[in-house]
Design a protein around this ligand. Structure first.
Ligand code: FAD
Length: 276
């Protein structure tokens, strides 16, 4: 059982509890992106099991008419075991899912393989997919040029992995400036839609200005448990908002990551528990 303090960031351990959270936020005009927690599998059986759960989860989203989609991690689908294992599992999910399938981006050693698999399947599904790209990686401008010619959506994030300086911008103000430039490129060149994967008010207002200028459709994507009142406020202004919702038995390390990232997250979670 997940303790109440972690419950703010993780929607239970089962697909049923995660779906019920999606239905709750749907009532507030916020859509869900469900992610089954799990990564860096070395045993193909683990990757197969999570693949199967995603297939069943996608069926549940459709059958319950929930407004939501799924987001998978390459290393959960076996990218560390082999590119072929990852591609096969991703293909099975994409074949079975009616909803959009997002692919998270992990560390820079996986970027090429992830892009190749995404390109193959987003063409096959006529763009019923989305890919995350990271502003901290120096290569991302070129990757966006490649993605601009493909169907599907792109989610721009600042980047969560501690990458070497040869491949990544390390300074936060540089990453912020690059994020804004890449966002502008995406609004100018993409027509499939843009996911603004950030809690940063500055990036979100920049996206609003770019939308006014270029008219490109976009959505704001934020994590469960982070700036949820802002999520509701944006949704009330008719801006599409998606909440990224992790769930599953491997919640502990995810919760610690949120806490390490920002100590206020614990204070916030504790306040929410104490005042509920
Ligand atoms: P930061 O640069 O961390 O903070 C900027 C400002 O945002 C802060 O000053 C504050 O005003 C506000 N803010 C940030 N956090 C909080 C908070 N907890 N409470 C209140 N205000 C806050 N990374 C990857 O590498 N790969 C992925 O696939 C990936 N997927 C993601 C999906 C989603 C939907 C989101 C939201 C993030 C994802 N990330 C991913 C993580 C991302 O790369 C960043 O590490 C993370 O979002 C922090 O950057 P930020 O832009 O939100 O804000």
């Amino acid at each position: 059982m997940i303790p109440p303090i972690a419950n703010n960031f993780v929607a239970g351990e089962t697909p049923r509890s995660a779906l019920s959270h999606v239905e709750d936020i749907n009532q507030q005009g916020v859509a869900g992106i469900l992610n089954l927690l799990g990564e860096h599998y070395e045993d193909p059986e683990n990757a197969r099991e999570d693949t199967q759960e995603y297939i069943e989860l996608a069926e549940m989203i459709s059958s319950r008419d929930a407004v939501g989609c799924i987001s998978v991690k390459p290393s959960q689908l076996g990218i560390d075991i082999g590119a072929d294992v990852f591609e096969e599992n991703l293909g099975r999910i994409v074949d079975a899912a009616d909803c959009r399938v997002w692919v998270d981006m992990e560390d820079y050693t996986t970027t090429d393989t992830t892009l190749d698999a995404y390109e193959k399947y987003t063409r096959q599904t006529d763009g019923n997919m989305g890919l995350c790209v990271q502003a901290n990686l120096k290569r991302t401008g070129e990757d966006l040029e490649r993605l601009a010619d493909l169907p599907g959506k792109v989610r721009l994030v600042k980047g969560a992995y501690d990458e070497p300086p040869e491949v990544a911008h390390k300074d936060k103000s540089t990453v912020d400036a690059v994020y804004k430039d890449l966002l502008e490129y995406a609004f100018r060149e993409f027509d499939g839609g843009i996911g603004v994967g950030s809690h940063d008010p500055e990036m979100i207002s920049h996206a609003r200005e770019l939308h006014d200028e270029y008219g490109t459709p976009y959505e704001v994507q934020m994590l469960m448990g982070v700036r949820e009142s802002a999520q509701r406020e944006l949704a009330a202004q008719d801006i599409p908002v998606y909440q990224y919702i992790p769930y599953g038995s491997k919640w502990l390390s995810y919760f610690y990551r949120r806490v390490r990232e920002r100590k206020e997250n614990v204070a916030f979670a504790a306040r929410a528990v104490l005042t509920s």
